[in-house]
Write a new protein. Structure first.
Length: 216
């Protein structure tokens, strides 16, 4: 049985005690720290920016999986590389010259991810799939934690998997939004490699055990 990699989203962490929550992830079975950066323009919410990412990086011992929900991300690629991002994911819908953005992320030594909103067709990645390291399929509309999972995601995972196989890409599939132990197994069975989970982990009584449970 394939096990998922888990990326707890620090958006749901206790910002008054961020070090504690980062260290919980360090000591858990999670693979990444998922970091959601929102600008209030691409999405209707503002989360946190560079100083907070810097603070997370100071305590994190696992790779930083940075999800940019911002317009014109090209402006900040170098800054996120300097902040220690391991994977840098930009939104398909936010990039006019996506190929150039992907090449720039990789030239800075980071893994390049592309995120798709729920309405964005997976097949739009056909001409870029060989260049990217990660496809992030949004299973809620980006902007907020704690929303309900959109069921069409399973279909999108299957399409992404087929595309990756057909094009001989090594891209991983990451699912973000509304992930719980009620859907984690089905997501992995459909082809997901990495599961992001915010509320389900941090609002649970024992986040470490919840991460283990999601991993399967
Ligand atoms: C939403 C973010 C997610 C969010 C997931 O826009 O990209 O990473 O933190 O939160 P949950 O797991 O609560 O849906
Ligand atoms: Zn995210």
């Amino acid at each position: 049985m394939k096990k998922a990699s888990i990326a707890p989203s620090l958006l749901a962490a206790d910002f008054g005690n961020l070090q504690h929550d980062v260290e919980m992830v360090n000591a858990s079975e999670a693979t990444y720290h998922h970091i959601d950066v929102m600008d209030g323009v691409f999405v209707p919410n503002i989360s946190y920016g560079m100083p907070v990412v810097k603070a997370i990086h100071k305590y994190a011992t696992k790779p930083l999986d940075v999800h940019l929900m911002i317009v014109d991300p090209d402006r900040y690629l170098e800054e996120f590389a300097n902040l220690g991002a391991h994977i840098l994911t930009v939104h398909y819908e936010a990039c006019t010259h996506l190929h150039r953005t992907i090449q720039a992320i990789k030239a800075l030594g980071m893994k390049a991810g592309v995120a798709l909103n729920p309405h964005t067709n997976v097949m739009l990645l056909e001409d870029i799939i060989q260049d990217i390291d990660l496809v992030l399929i949004m299973s809620v509309n980006p902007g907020f934690g704690g929303q309900s999972f959109i069921d069409n995601t399973y279909e999108k995972i299957k399409k992404a998997k087929e595309l990756i196989t057909r094009k001989k890409s090594s891209a991983l599939i990451e699912i973000d939004g509304g992930v719980t132990s009620a859907n984690s197994k089905q997501l992995v069975d459909a082809g997901a490699d990495i599961l992001v989970a915010g509320s389900f982990v941090f609002k649970s009584e024992d986040p470490t055990a919840t991460i283990k449970e999601l991993k399967g």
